[in-house]
Design a protein. Structure first.
Lengths: 132, 121
């Protein structure tokens, strides 16, 4: 029985449950991928391979985004790529939890954030340091 | 009399000899009747074939050929291999779904109305 279990685990390893791929240099990316990942042109080749793969997966959806979403995507890519894997994982968990909040409360949070952003923008425009 | 019948001391060989001698003393009609009774009993007995044993008909099918070509000792290994492949496919599919979910979340965070700072510590 132990022999069979050992064989099963060995074959599981051979069937490639966990896949790995080599890092992709910027020069090997397609024009669409380059367009999506433009903000990362400087640091792309230094990014770890799993992170590159993850970003390439998000880049697949880039052509289907609205212009406004594309702008946000580009604006956040650099910050996102500088996070540690743990920080990204925590952010995903937070986002997932936020999506479970009732829509009405979600809208309230969005309103609060917008107001906060507007206040900060106003303060920075008038030269007053933003209160934390 | 101390010559009591003791079944524990019976010698099977002697019993067989006695039965053979007794049978020789039987007349033909009795032997024929016993033979017929035996045949009838044999017909009523169910024949139970082993579950995985190839039947003559199955030898012409692919399963039959497999049974003939593969040594009996290899069959459990093949079953284990098939199970491993199925488990691998299941695990791969599960991993694929999980990765797809992560990609969707990443895109959602990168494009949501709410700024990224809301979700990042």
């Amino acid at each position: 029985m132990q022999n069979y279990l050992a064989t099963i685990f060995l074959l599981l390893g051979l069937t490639g449950v966990s896949h790995s791929a080599a890092a992709q240099p910027w020069s090997s990316l397609t024009p669409t991928q380059r367009e999506a990942l433009t903000p990362l042109v400087q640091q792309w080749d230094t990014l770890p391979e799993p992170q590159q793969q993850r970003l390439l997966e998000t880049a697949k959806r880039y052509p289907h985004l609205t212009p406004e979403q594309k702008e946000r995507y580009h604006g956040r890519l650099e910050t996102w790529s500088q996070l540690t894997p743990e920080q990204r994982k925590a952010a995903r968990e937070k986002y997932r939890a936020f999506k479970k909040v009732p829509k009405k409360q979600r809208e309230q949070v969005k309103e609060m954030v917008k107001e906060e952003q507007a206040r900060k923008a106003q303060q920075s425009a008038s030269g007053v340091p933003a209160a934390k | 009399m101390t010559n009591k019948f003791d079944p524990g001391k019976l010698d099977p060989k002697k019993v067989a000899q006695l039965l053979t001698q007794s049978t020789r003393q039987l007349d033909d009609a009795t032997l024929s009747a016993l033979g017929n009774a035996r045949q009838n009993a044999m017909k009523k007995q169910l024949v139970r074939a082993p579950f995985f044993a190839p039947t003559p008909a199955s030898l012409h099918t692919s399963a039959g050929w497999t049974a003939r070509l593969l040594p009996h000792s290899a069959q459990p290994w093949i079953a284990a291999g098939l199970l491993a492949v199925l488990l691998g496919i299941g695990a791969g599919y599960w991993q694929h779904l999980e990765e797809q979910q992560i990609d969707e979340l990443d895109v959602a965070i990168l494009t949501d109305e709410l700024p990224i700072e809301v979700f990042v510590d």
